[in-house]
Design a protein around this ligand. Structure first.
Ligand code: NDP
Length: 464
């Protein structure tokens, strides 16, 4: 454990999001002297304008399906349930404020010095923190961790300033009756499903052939079909030329001709790293063309005591990845926790979910990735109407799919579209990470009746 004397801190963390907080806390538990600067609310994107409020609104949207489904189960609802958007916003804000406080308390509990303000490098070991009009504070740090995350990005085009980003969606002053979403990635698809569920008329515009590039092709087709059935209008091969303000609304002009009117236009066209004003150039930290901070396998930049984790590194923009990177970095810098092995970041088989309605859960390779890597593969898949909808009357179907390396019999890809896909795939991710074979899936008894049991009862190969 370092104990140094010309430094105020062993680790100075810039950014109080998931990754920064985790690294600060774990470093402090190893006895390091740690400070963390954040200029906004603690918790970063995930807690404030990402995963957490998104999932809350996804639950809110799910009630609409529940109300509709319940009739098939004999429930008589007194009238048509309506959403109190303002109340939902208040309830969400309260829950998020609670989490902000939890994060603050975690810092206090771990004896991390929490600095409220904007940090920048003065030199490679010196960080300045400015808050409001007060005099800036400067600190000398043995190691500095850049964990400043990213922010939504909107391309520039006529009227682009009339579009909003996912940051704005949680607190829209008025619930949008008509919503146009541009972008077919995680955020675009999730927001389209969520706001459709909450009661908006939603059109999702995607520039390519099919939404959710990088996901398994069959999954993409399946979820697009289910979202369409649910009522989201998905228009592929569609580009926006400009947006115009018209009498309290937005008119979206399409490149191929035609217009769409909406109350809100959401651009979910990706996120850019947040490094402006940090002074990284001044201290010679190498950046990739995208602006992402370049790091080696230990999350260290070309400046040996400056490190970076999470979205600012841009390897995988997922909260659990930022957390894992933070823990691997702490082990690398300060040693592992007593009695534990040193963690090294492993980017293979990262499970992920997209909280569309129905949601996607996935771990491992897509069919085409597996084909490219292994050559001979076996695909097992099934789609079915889940038992719940026998009575609800909903036509939603569920897809389960296994991709198997024929030579080793290992399941190298597992994909699901259907209720609770994220919950289900999390469990199977352990099996995939452990190298489970198709034979071991087959030996596993199902839990009946569930949708998840389909993964262990897939006997008929679909294709090779
Ligand atoms: P993504 O990169 O996932 O998707 C961006 C979308 O915008 C793509 O469909 C892309 O098209 C399209 N696009 C990009 N540039 C343009 C342009 N100039 N004009 C029109 N369309 C464009 O970004 P998101 O913003 O959706 O999400 C960012 C990241 O956050 C995700 O990659 C994910 O890692 C993370 N995230 C994770 C979630 C989860 O775990 N559930 C939830 C939300 C976000 P194309 O495919 O053609 O490039």
């Amino acid at each position: 454990m370092p104990s140094s004397d010309s430094f105020d801190y062993d680790l100075f963390v810039i950014g109080g999001g998931s990754g920064g907080v985790r690294a600060a806390r774990f470093a402090a538990t190893r006895g390091a002297r740690v400070a963390l600067a954040e200029n906004d609310l603690m918790g970063g994107t995930c807690v404030n304008v990402g995963c957490i409020p998104k999932k809350m609104y996804s639950y809110a949207a799910g009630y609409a399906e529940g109300f509709a489904d319940s009739r098939g189960y004999g429930w008589q609802l007194p009238g048509t349930p309506t959403l109190d958007w303002d109340l939902l916003k208040v309830r969400r804000a309260e829950a998020i404020r609670y989490l902000n406080d939890v994060y603050e308390r975690l810092m206090v509990g771990a004896q991390v010095r929490r600095l409220q303000g904007t940090a920048r490098f003065l030199d490679a070991h010196t960080v300045e923190v400015r808050a409001g009009s007060g005099a800036p504070l400067t600190f000398r740090a043995r190691h500095v961790l850049v964990a400043t995350g990213g922010k939504p990005w909107i391309p520039e085009f006529p009227g682009s300033e009339l579009a909003v980003t996912s940051d704005d969606m949680f607190d829209l002053p008025v619930f949008p009756r008509r919503l146009v979403v541009v972008g077919g990635g995680y955020i675009g698809c999730e927001m389209a499903s969520i706001f459709h569920g909450l009661g908006a008329e939603v059109t999702l515009l995607y520039r390519g052939e099919q939404i959710l590039r990088h996901f398994d092709d069959e999954v993409r087709d399946f979820v697009a079909e289910e979202m369409r059935k649910a009522g989201v209008a998905i228009r592929t091969n569609t580009d926006v030329a400009r947006i115009e303000a018209v009498a309290g609304a937005r008119r979206v002009h399409l490149k191929a001709g035609g217009t769409l009117d909406a109350d809100v236009v959401l651009y979910a066209t990706g996120r850019h790293v947040h490094t402006q004003g940090l002074g990284l150039e001044r201290v010679g930290v190498a950046l990739a063309k995208t602006g992402a901070v370049q790091v080696d396998r230990h999350l260290t930049t070309n400046v040996p005591h400056i490190h970076a984790i999470g979205d600012v590194v841009g390897r995988k923009e997922l909260t659990p990845v930022a957390l894992a990177e933070g823990m691997a970095l702490v082990d690398h810098l300060f040693g592992p926790a007593a009695g534990q092995a040193k963690r090294v970041m492993d980017y293979d088989n990262i499970p992920t979910a997209v909280f569309t309605h129905p949601p996607i859960g996935t771990v491992g390779l897509t069919e085409s990735e597996a084909r490219a890597r292994y050559g001979a593969i076996q695909v097992f898949r099934s789609d079915f109407r889940p038992l719940q909808h026998a009575l609800s009357g909903r036509s939603e179907r569920t897809l389960v799919k296994l991709v198997v390396d024929a030579a080793s019999d290992r399941v190298v890809g597992l994909h699901m579209v259907g209720a609770d896909a994220g919950e289900i795939v999390q469990g199977f991710a352990v099996a995939i990470k452990s190298g489970a074979t198709k034979a071991q899936f087959d030996q596993t008894l199902p839990i009946h009746p569930t949708s998840a049991e389909e993964f262990v009862t897939l006997r008929q190969m679909t294709r090779t």
